[in-house]
Design a protein around this ligand. Structure first.
Ligand SMILES: [Zn+2]
Length: 154
């Protein structure tokens, strides 16, 4: 349910595990052992985690922007994406800037000629650039900032 949020947080540079198949007990053990904050929209899991002393955050918000704003408020997290610090949304490895000429055969011709900055995930090999989806990303971050501003002025 929070897969999309996990991808956002990784893009924002956070180390986020997103275990798809773990049950609640395993999730709590993982969070505790790795000293991670458990993010959940499951109120039962939230309560159980709290009673076990696990650092847990109950994610509220109707949109991605609202959920990001809630996290920014709770953790003082900047609502920015700086690709120098981003992690691969797909696999959580830190992505690296790659010289354009190295990825020529890995992206479409149009993409290659349109953009000059590229990043590569050293783990899964996915190539990233600030493409057509980027304005949408900025818009969501803008909405999140607006939502955070409204929340803190109350
Ligand atoms: Zn990757």
């Amino acid at each position: 349910m929070l897969g999309s949020l996990a991808r956002w947080l990784r893009m924002m540079g956070h180390d986020v595990e997103f275990p798809a198949i773990l049950d609640d007990d395993k999730l709590m053990i993982l969070a505790k052992n790795e000293k991670r904050v458990l993010l959940t929209r499951d109120l039962e899991l939230y309560k159980r985690s709290t009673s076990r002393g696990i650092d847990v955050f109950y994610v509220e918000g109707r949109s991605e922007a609202e959920r990001l704003a809630a996290l920014a408020k709770r953790f003082g997290m900047p609502l920015e994406i700086d690709l120098r610090f981003s992690r691969c949304p797909r696999c959580n490895a830190a992505i690296l800037r790659v010289p354009k000429e190295k990825i020529e055969d890995k992206v479409k011709k149009n993409t290659f000629s349109h953009y000059s900055e590229f990043w590569e995930c050293p783990k899964c090999g996915k190539i990233y650039w600030q493409g057509a989806h980027w304005p949408k990303i900025r818009e969501t971050l803008g909405d999140a900032k607006k939502s955070l501003g409204e929340a803190s002025s109350v």
